[in-house]
Design a protein around this ligand. Structure first.
Ligand code: SF4
Length: 446
């Protein structure tokens, strides 16, 4: 069994009395019924300073911590607003990227109640690898990932089936972590693997040793960046159309260049993207360079931006870069807005200046946060823990492998036991392949 990483991170962000809990309030009608009383109380607080918010939150969170003791694990992703990162840490939880988050149930088998403040696919991945006596909860199940939403199984499965009909066992699916369990299971079934932004090149290179072709879902930019890093010629990559406008009866022969082009391709890349990471341009990079700043970006950014930047890498890479930067460094970061705000807070006391890459004259840095992830706010954290303690947590907040939540209606589709077990087994294979490839690549460079 491959050994996953253990490096849960403490972001080290401090809650300071003068620093408001500035996550934008959601309107009351955006809370499900069970959470509304908590939201009403929160929204009626006179302000969002820690002096007001923390005593209110303590009333709900501390009894829950006392009740569950060591069996409780609180998790948050780096892209959560700084206040949730700080609050989760304040109550003993941990912050990580999607790779490390995914492994936490398996790594910490004594944790029976795992509560995650992040997007749904992250909680589902924890649930895929969890034991039967570990329950995984998400503070707001409507926190979806827009990139994952562009690759719902009902849209991807017909294309995957056409690819399989044409190429049989010689095509393997690589599912980015930002996919549902259904697509991770597809990767497991086809000899592929899951990947993250930090290991996509290792995973793709390794899978290509045995498969003639790779079907890479869902991010066209991570796919293009990975292909470039592996030295593939652009003619060896085909990006499928934008899934939002792909006709239901789309045939592979409809792509530009037809089946002949597809036959020549080594990577067939789904046309999804993250709106948060595609606001960045080479002009912004040039502007910051002109001010004497370094630029580092996430590989979900377009290839030309990644090439223009001084470096690119996952959230873990970017966070380490900020934490290790010597005093006097000036770094513009091209990634999710809350992460950058957290990085600014983290770096400033050490004399390191950090800015959002889109924060240029005429830019739009303020609009670049992951709005869906931010649906996990203080009332959802307080309500989730209080409802769990009282044994009244709504089942919609419980996350099982194969769950699919409509982020607009809040309705969930859940698999029967038998289908869930099959999905878990296949998705686990894909996750374990990723761990094996990643850890052996890390071992080779140690
Ligand atoms: S930042 Fe983009 S890819 Fe990441 S969770 Fe949000 S929508 Fe998804």
């Amino acid at each position: 069994m491959p050994q996953p990483p253990t490096n849960l991170t403490r972001a080290g962000l401090m809650l300071e009395p003068s620093l408001p809990v500035c996550q934008q309030d959601l309107p009351l009608d955006r809370y499900d019924e069970a959470f509304r009383p908590y939201a009403e109380e929160y929204l009626s607080l006179p302000d969002r300073t820690p002096e007001r918010v923390l005593p209110w939150l303590d009333r709900y969170v501390l009894p829950a911590l006392d009740h569950f003791g060591d069996s409780l694990l609180l998790l948050a992703h780096f892209y959560m607003g700084g206040e949730i990162v700080k609050l989760v840490e304040r109550y003993g939880g941990a912050v990580a990227d999607s790779y490390v988050l995914a492994m936490q149930a398996r790594l910490q088998p004594t944790k029976r109640v795992i509560v995650e403040s992040a997007v749904h696919f992250m909680a589902e991945t924890v649930a895929i690898l969890a034991e039967d006596d570990q329950d995984v909860w998400i503070t707001n199940p409507r926190a979806g990932c827009t990139m994952e939403m562009m690759a719902k199984e009902r849209v991807v499965a017909p294309i995957a089936s056409q690819l399989s009909d044409r190429y049989g066992d010689s095509i393997a699916t690589i599912a980015y972590m930002n996919t549902s369990g259904h697509l991770k299971a597809l990767a497991g079934r086809t000899g592929g693997a899951v990947c993250t932004s930090s290991n996509a090149h290792h995973v793709t290179e390794s899978i290509m040793e045995t498969a003639d072709k790779v079907f890479f879902v869902p991010d066209e930019h991570l796919g293009a960046n990975t292909a470039h890093r592996l030295g593939l010629d652009p003619s060896e990559c085909v990006v499928l159309p934008d899934p939002r406008s792909m006709p239901r009866d789309f045939e592979l022969s409809d792509i530009d260049g037809g089946l002949e082009r597809l036959d020549q391709a080594k990577m067939i890349i789904w046309g999804g993207f993250c709106g948060v990471h595609t606001v960045f341009t080479t002009e912004q990079v040039t502007w910051w360079h002109g001010q004497g700043w370094q630029v580092h970006v996430h590989p979900e950014c377009p290839l030309d931006v990644v090439q223009a930047a001084d470096g690119s890498g996952s959230t873990k890479y970017l966070w380490a870069l900020i934490c290790d930067a010597p005093a006097g460094s000036k770094i513009a970061i091209g990634t999710e807005g809350h992460f950058v705000r957290n990085a600014i807070d983290q770096a400033a006391p050490r004399g390191v200046e950090v800015r959002h890459l889109a924060d240029v004259p005429g830019g739009m840095a303020a609009g670049c946060g992951c709005a869906t992830m931010s649906r996990n706010d203080p009332p959802h954290l307080a309500g989730m823990l209080d409802l769990l303690r009282r044994g009244e947590a709504p089942d919609i907040n419980r996350v099982l492998a194969g769950d699919s939540v409509n982020e607009t209606t809040g309705l969930r589709t859940r698999l029967c036991h038998k289908d869930r077990d099959v999905l878990r087994a296949d998705a686990t294979i894909a996750l374990e392949r990723m761990i094996e490839i990643t850890e052996s690549a890390a071992g080779a460079t140690r």
